[in-house]
Design a protein. Structure first.
Length: 570
């Protein structure tokens, strides 16, 4: 089989610069060979709510190229890699702020080490969020006054904890993935993942990989998470190694529990390229660039299932994890695609519920798996480059419960063009969908921008009266649920530090948990991270903000470049 063309070159701009458009331009779907439905496993244990979602490709480099059609999974276990040897102007420019409000990556929930009992007394453990928050929030249920664990400190004024200098590779390298537990902050780096202690940022462990990291899930189960990586570093002969390997990491020990890949049915021994990876309960699921996928057991890497091939040209385009495992399945050929959003049994890949989307929808994302909420740009009516015009709330039987329209362009939720689990700025809890308004002119005569956190009722699809103001010259976006409270970040104006607030799910009253230093040097470091290309993790008075792409600066701009910055409440 011929080798697919090398992926598009990453942008030559600074950190966080968007990637070059894939063949066909941004939003153009990668070639999709037929792939099949998938069987699932026991439901996961974590809240998919609030993807801090990393954004659509926001910071997650896509894998261009045309991989071979997917086939039955033969997932040989591989031995882990050998051990390691040893400015922001006012509002950081109004354009930047616009991106901020969209919150791309902020909602990434998927790491952490707190657990609570699973649904129905099954004894299954719920996953926690990437920032260490327990995943037992109210989810799609109505508000229950569930107390949160985050408490306001005596003094919310924070100080810098530890800033990690950024690596400076010649080309853009993806470093997506970060997790915050009770004792460790875990961050991907160039061909390695590193664990830092929360006392002074000292290195606890370092896990090397044979190639660059090319994907990561925000979800965590049993203290473990999953990543995608390349089997080798780029060389003159092979400048673009494929993203073919899946690995599971223990976040406390820094050990690689297992790694493996799956072979294409038609590609001989050539491993399939992966586009996204997710985690639900004891199942790790990865999707291929051209459709298809595979699933493994979290504990030992045993192959569980691959999508079934059928005569309809159907393929799994991507999976979403958390409290349940879901998939977007595409059937047919362009321009007559039919899309299905399905909830899967994680152990077998068999659909337990299936919802057929309206004709004319070519791509869809998943905002939440429990309840199942599907996002799509219907009739290309999405405004403000959000990539989503409508949300479809689906009940456990696969029937449409309600439809939420975001086509007005007044809301800042955003979804990737082709990736399934890359919607950002939307958080589910208390029977509602929370999302920020698109930023707008504030009351300040100085021309400051601002926005609000709003919500929609998941039963009726109607906007509620909920409203939490960001405040003049601040923009707000949600990070995750904390019981029935919402944890949110406020991006600051040029003369202030960022804030973390807890918002009461019933009254929308805001409680200040953290306010970062406003001195010029610290403020410039904090606001050098754009929400659309960064990951935000807050837990127990600690805030970490990290990049998802790194490269050598094109010029000496004077300001230091950091892989991540962190703050701790005084």
């Amino acid at each position: 089989m011929s080798t697919p063309p090398p992926p598009s070159q990453p942008p030559s701009g600074g950190f966080g610069a968007p990637q070059d458009p894939p063949p066909g331009g941004f939003g153009a779907p990668p070639p999709v060979p037929p792939a099949p439905p998938a069987p699932p496993q026991q439901p996961p244990t974590q809240p998919a709510y609030g993807y801090p979602q990393t954004a659509p490709g926001y910071g997650y480099p896509q894998q261009p190229g045309t991989p071979p059609p997917f086939g039955p999974p033969t997932t040989p276990m591989q031995a882990p890699p050998p051990p390691a040897a040893g400015g922001n102007n006012d509002k950081r420019n109004q354009l930047m702020i616009v991106g901020a409000a969209l919150l791309a990556i902020v909602l990434i929930v998927g790491g952490g080490l707190w657990y609570v009992s699973g649904d129905g007394g099954s004894g299954n453990k719920r996953d926690t969020s990437a920032d260490g928050a327990p995943g037992a929030g109210p989810g799609g249920d109505k508000p229950q006054g569930v107390p949160g664990s985050e408490k306001a400190p005596a003094n919310p004024k924070s100080k810098v904890l530890f800033n990690q200098p950024s690596p400076q590779p010649a080309e853009v390298v993806g470093v997506m993935g970060s997790w915050l537990t009770d004792s460790t902050y875990v961050k991907t780096d160039v061909a390695k993942v590193v664990g830092y202690n929360l006392v002074d940022g000292g290195k606890k462990w370092e896990l090397p990989f044979p190639g660059e990291l090319c994907g990561a899930t925000r979800h965590v189960s049993g203290g473990k998470t999953a990543v995608l990586f390349k089997p080798a570093l780029p060389t003159a002969e092979n400048k673009y190694p494929r993203c073919s390997e899946v690995g599971v990491i223990d976040l406390e020990t820094g050990k690689l529990a297992w790694s493996g890949n799956a072979k294409s049915a038609n590609g001989g021994d050539r491993p399939v390229d992966y586009y996204e990876v997710t985690l639900s309960g004891q199942t790790v699921a990865a999707a291929g660039v051209s459709g298809g996928g595979a699933a493994w057991n979290l504990a030992d890497g045993k192959a569980l299932w691959t999508p079934k091939v059928d005569g309809e040209g159907c393929r799994d385009t991507g999976y979403a994890g958390g409290e349940a495992l879901a998939v977007i399945r595409k059937c047919g050929q362009s321009p007559n695609y039919t899309l299905y959003a399905q909830v899967l049994d994680p152990a077998t890949g068999a659909p337990t519920a299936s919802y057929k989307l309206s004709p004319g929808i070519d791509y869809a994302g998943i905002v939440s798996t429990k309840p199942l909420i599907v996002a799509a740009d219907v009739g290309k009516t999405a405004k403000n480059a959000t990539g989503v015009s409508d949300l479809f709330v689906v009940d456990p039987k696969g029937e449409l419960k309600t439809r939420i329209s975001l086509a007005s362009g007044n809301f800042a939720g955003k979804c990737a063009a082709t990736e399934v689990e890359k919607c950002s700025g939307m958080l589910v809890g208390n029977g509602k969908l929370y999302l920020p308004s698109y930023e707008h002119q504030g009351a300040d005569s100085g021309g400051g921008r601002t926005n609000e956190l709003l919500s929609f009722d998941l039963e009726t699809g109607k906007q509620t009266t909920d409203r939490a103001d960001a405040g003049e010259r601040y923009t707000i976006f949600p990070l995750r649920m904390d019981g029935s409270n919402i944890i949110a970040y406020k991006e600051p104006p040029y003369d202030k530090g960022g804030q973390i607030v807890s918002i009461d799910g019933k009254t929308m009253k805001e409680t200040l948990l953290m306010e970062n230093p406003a001195d010029k040097a610290t403020q410039r470091v904090e606001t050098a991270f754009s929400p659309e290309y960064s990951e935000y993790r807050y837990h127990n008075g600690k805030l970490f903000i990290s990049r998802t792409n790194v490269r050598k600066p094109s010029s000496d701009r004077g300001d230091p470049e950091y892989l991540f910055v962190s703050f701790t409440a005084s």
